[in-house]
Design a protein around this ligand. Structure first.
Ligand code: GLV
Length: 426
């Protein structure tokens, strides 16, 4: 009986049923609580059937995630590092230096949050504003709605100024809002993946500061693909993602705060959630010197992954990365102009380099188009999200997929879907 029970506890070459008799006796007399099945109780839930399935990695041409850099597979299987290793702190330092380059900031308060893009949004909002403070939200897509919902949960007062989903904001209308409401901060999305638009930002930082507000910017789907310069543009808090322009896995989210934002954090009267507290995280990430304190356990594969993407970025150069994204998108847009489709965003200068929102004629079934492209070409594109559900398809060229070759591949697939489904259905 004992042997049957104990043999369940085998793991590779370490089979507990093979341990010496003396050891078994020791377990029986002193450590029985560690092996509850020795007391004859059987488990109430049996092992799940977890089996591998067939899956062929598609070409990811939606609004993100993008495919990984080729070097990512190695990065994800690098050593498990812990705060007991100097290497761990070197990795954090590499990441912070890479992020300062990516965001174009010399601020020391730059690090990555353990969590997907929303954790960045939650970090900036909850660190910079407290109960009763006003957050002006320039709203044109789903991410601004999320910011509003987060602010509300923290007792912050959101003031939503909306524009059409096909449009972006003028500086003068935002100035008007700042003047009237005098918010503690303005939240705005740079690239909006739900609508496929890009907001013009230069000049907005100065305007915000003139009216005593901080400027918070979401660059989840724009960073490294579209020009962004935190310090030069006076941005006070920004976050991005790893799974879009940086072509890595989701789950770790870079954030950066300006000196002005840092001052606000130092003097705030409210406490943000423990997990997102920048005062504590700055100590963990060693932002101000030799602090190296423990806050939570960082994921080694995600640290290596972020480091890998930043290494790729630094090798290529930001300007080259911006130019590559612009060229791929220009090629794709030229190809779209030969098809029976239209751009959701009418003004070319408002179109985002990473995500294009494409309106196909009403006669087509959007899901059939997506399915055709997936089944025949193993390319994934997405339907609309938030305000664009049922309105437009979202087609993305970002990270490693921002190339002329991928632009042509997706254009060929879409063209074929439109011809084939026309024959069959219209
Ligand atoms: C996610 O970021 C999306 O745009 O669907």
């Amino acid at each position: 009986m004992t042997n049957i029970l104990l043999s369940r506890f085998s793991y590779n070459e370490c089979n507990i049923s093979e341990v010496g008799k003396g050891t078994l006796e020791y377990i029986r007399s002193h450590l029985k609580h560690l092996l509850p099945t020795m007391s004859g109780n059987s488990l109430t839930v049996s092992p799940a059937r977890i089996e591998d399935r067939e899956f062929k990695q598609p070409l990811l041409c939606g609004p993100g995630p993008a495919n990984y850099w080729p070097a990512m597979n190695d990065a994800l299987t690098k050593w498990v590092i812990s705060p007991m290793d100097d290497e761990y702190f070197w990795v954090l330092q590499d990441i912070r230096a890479g992020l300062q380059y990516a965001f174009q900031t010399s601020s020391p308060l730059v690090l990555a949050i353990s969590g997907a893009g929303h954790s960045g949004m939650e970090t900036v909002i909850s660190n910079l504003l407290g109960r009763g403070e006003k957050l002006l939200i320039a709203s044109r897509g789903i991410w601004d709605e999320r910011a509003c919902s987060m602010a509300t949960r923290y007792g912050i007062t959101p003031i939503v100024h909306s524009t059409a989903m096909t449009s972006t904001f003028s500086l003068s209308e935002l100035e008007e809002q700042l003047k009237v409401h005098r918010p503690a901060a303005l939240f705005i999305t740079h690239g909006d993946s739900s609508t496929g638009s890009v907001q013009h930002l230069p000049g907005l930082g100065d305007l915000c500061h003139q009216y005593g507000a901080l400027l918070i910017v979401d660059t989840v789907v724009s960073l490294v693909a579209v020009p962004f310069e935190m310090d030069r543009w006076g941005v006070d808090a920004v976050y991005t993602s790893l799974q879009k322009g940086l072509s890595g896995p989701a789950g770790i989210t870079p954030v950066a705060f300006s000196a002005r934002a840092e001052e606000k954090i130092k003097n705030r009267k409210h406490e943000p959630p423990f997990y997102f507290d920048m005062k504590l995280l700055a100590q963990q990430w060693n932002c101000y010197g030799d602090t190296r304190s423990y806050h939570h356990t960082l994921s080694p594969p995600l640290l290596w992954a972020l480091r890998c993407s930043l290494q790729e970025l630094c090798r290529e150069g930001l300007e080259q990365s911006w130019a590559r994204h612009a060229a791929a998108t220009a090629r794709f847009h030229q190809r779209l102009q030969t098809m029976p489709v239209t751009f959701l965003i009418p003004k070319p200068e408002d179109r985002l380099a990473t995500v294009t929102t494409v309106v196909i004629p009403k006669e087509y079934d959007q899901l059939a188009v997506l399915k055709h492209i997936r089944d025949k070409y193993n390319i994934v594109i997405f339907r609309g999200l938030g305000p664009t559900v049922g309105v437009a398809l979202r087609i993305g060229l970002m990270g490693v997929n921002a190339t002329l070759q991928v632009a042509d591949q997706v254009a060929d697939a879409l063209e074929d879907a439109l011809i084939t489904l026309k024959k069959g259905k219209l």
